[in-house]
Design a protein around this ligand. Sequence first.
Ligand code: FES
Ligand code: FES
Length: 150
Amino acid sequence: MIELEATVNGRRVREAVEPRLLLTDFLRHGLGLTGTHVGCEHGVCGACTVLVDGLAVRGCCLLAVQVDGRTVETVESLASDGRLNDLQESFRRHHALQCGFCTPGILMAATYLLGRGTPTRDEIVNLLSGHLCRCTGYAPIVDAIEEAAG
Ligand code: FES
Ligand code: FES
């Protein structure tokens, strides 16, 4: 076991973990943050996307020990006091989710993109090329992110 210390959604966590434990399993099973979803588990679908030190990464392609000393943000960090943030509200308004399986990963990837400035529609489409959604047809998601970008 290896001692791991990180800041997850603003909370300092310290856990002993197996070296082979995936970040997704650490978040979901170790910390109970089940908002991060797991689909393909090999970097294709994007459902597991979280922010590590502000960068959007595939949680299924990282080991938990790789976030030692780092800051991790999951979809649970977006709403506060029971209120959706602007991006989440925009998804709701545009019906940008149906089953919701892909949604946490897309929200975190969009959070990363919006944090870098105001993206063009093409940049939003490019971002979504790394995320599989089987329900929405993507157009409402693009609209939602575009509106949240202002
Ligand atoms: Fe990580 Fe699909 S579960 S990319
Ligand atoms: Fe169902 Fe995207 S809303 S997979």
